[in-house]
Design a protein around this ligand. Sequence first.
Ligand code: 5GP
Length: 238
Amino acid sequence: MKKDLLYSGKAKSVYRTDDPRELLVEFRDSLTAFDGKKKSSVEKKGFYNAQISAELFRLLEKNGVKTHFIGMASGNEMIVRAVDIIKIELIVRNIAAGSIAKKYPFKEGQPLRPPIVIMDYKSDEYGDPMINEDIALALGLASRAEMDKIRETALKVNDILVGHLGEHGLLLPDFKLEFGRSGGEILLADEISCDTCRFWDKATRKSLDKDVFRFDKGDLVAAYREVARRVVPEIFRG
Ligand code: 5GP
């Protein structure tokens, strides 16, 4: 049962439930980019992101990755285990795109092998700056052992996602993960969706993700629907 609102972010709202160990995450249709400077709302975006995230969490659980995912309460509402979010964003990059191609002499579209793992400090106030282990430790964000664990898990998630999405004609240039602590365990948390990943069509290399919104590349809902059609085809049946 959905109860009071605990927290409302840029694209998701988190509610308490009857069980203090579980939360309800509502995926909303609103979206922002460039530190909230660009804003919009697109019908069904929340539904597609929730369904894609749920399916990818199920896939990861099946492959031995512990996540916060429990189940769905409705089309765009996910029940998750309550965690303390670690304020580090793990970004895994397989192909140069976005900020890395601006800050360093990588060419957009260049393969990055082995994949590059980057840590950002999750902070709106400071604009999510890139950090390293020493900074994370000095800020008290996580221990070395926790950082080893989340890096190793991020690379495992990458292997699983690249293989699975590849079978559905999708490239995964990069994505962002967040982790949380719960009962002595570290769980993969947040979401894995078109808002947090770059998905490119394998044949055309067209963006099927939030870059469509960031850079006005066309019909956002059509792009998100296309990823959902490939990743969770069941939702389009009957
Ligand atoms: P970039 O550093 O190129 O902006 O982002 C790299 C990848 O991580 C992209 O897939 C992007 O969607 C994701 N990412 C990085 N930081 C954030 C963030 O604060 N919010 C969201 N939604 N995605 C992020």
